[in-house]
Design a protein around this ligand. Structure first.
Ligand code: CP
Ligand code: NVA
Length: 305
């Protein structure tokens, strides 16, 4: 596997399959009290420009469980791209620590870090992608259904970071993906076109939730106003009416369909209490798998080089 995890399209199908298999194996090892110390003496720097529960905790726990250490760095205190050039910060960090996980706004910042750092750089969410989330989602789908083959995922909501990484996941695994967004909130054209070029009609993008969930095994929700879009919240609440993942919508999916959400959820907006607290939601198993997937990722990227 290459040095970094910037986006899933930069991985091979084999990388994704290997990572999912390792995550599954390590989950079982740790469940049974086993330990791996591949990060012994190593330090992961975690740079955050946006809030986080899952990403922050799961990366820190994963690093510690592998015998390493994780350091929380606020983006503001480092002043990436402001106090000094991203490329200079990348060179400095490369001489002091063993890996960087970054959550920020501009995806180009992660690309620049990746270009100039000699240590692994992991994208912990940008406005464009959320690859760690999508990889953990694939792990969760595989766990639930026992396969990714023939699984149909319906993503309902905003066509941004999480949707983009799910699109790239469909390019690297056998899942099919139907996306329904309000008009004007579709995923980025280039990402959709690249996927269509590779997987044709295994990706369908439209504006009708009822159509998207037909035959779906997974109904997937994300917030309507992402981090950084708080000022658009009221407008989005109006635009996204009809895109709520509720019992009626999930009833129209395939029998046995499950509901996923990257979390945090805005209950009563994109998803109902009834779904969140009901038997069809696998959102907390999904959240837990962030830890297991990222433990495997840190082992591969930082533990074996
Ligand atoms: N799903 C996710 O990335 O959660 P956090 O924003 O809490 O890290
Ligand atoms: N789309 C959401 C995902 C949060 C994990 C956001 O960017 O805020």
């Amino acid at each position: 596997m290459q040095k970094d995890l910037v986006s899933i399209d930069l991985l091979t199908n084999g990388d994704v399959a290997d990572l999912l298999a390792l995550a599954k194996d390590l989950k079982a090892v740790y469940r049974h009290g086993g330990r791996v110390d591949s990060l012994k003496g190593k330090v992961l720097g975690m740079v955050f420009a946006k809030p986080s529960l899952r990403t922050r905790v799961s990366f820190e726990v994963a690093a510690v469980q592998l015998g390493g250490h994780a350091m929380y760095i606020t983006h503001g205190e480092v002043g990436l791209g402001k106090r000094e050039a991203v490329s200079d910060a990348a060179r400095v960090l490369s001489r002091m620590i063993d890996g960087i996980m970054i959550r920020t706004f501009a995806h180009s910042e992660v690309e620049e870090l990746s270009l100039h750092a000699t240590i692994p750089v992991i994208n912990g969410l940008t406005d464009l992608y959320h690859p760690c989330q999508a990889l953990a989602d694939l792990m969760t789908i595989d766990e639930h259904f026992g396969t990714l083959e023939g699984i149909r995922v319906a993503y309902i909501g905003d066509g941004n970071n999480v949707a983009h990484s799910l699109i790239n996941s469909a390019r690297r695994t056998p899942i099919s993906l139907a996306i329904a967004t309000p008009p004007g909130y579709e995923p980025t054209r280039e990402i959709v076109d690249a996927a269509h070029g590779e997987i044709g009609n295994r990706l369908v993008v439209g504006n009708d939730p009822a159509e998207a969930v037909k035959g779906a095994n997974v109904v997937y929700a994300d917030v309507w106003a992402s981090m950084g879009q708080e000022a658009e919240r009221q407008e989005r609440l109006a635009r996204f009416v009809g895109f709520q993942v509720n019992d009626a919508l999930v009833d129209a999916a395939s029998p046995g369909a499950v509901v996923m959400h990257c979390l945090p959820a805005h209950r009563g907006e994109e998803i109902t209490d009834s779904i969140m607290d009901g038997t069809r939601a696998i959102v907390f198993q999904q959240a837990e798998n962030r830890l297991h997937l990222q433990r495997a990722l840190l082992h591969v990227l930082m533990g074996t080089r």
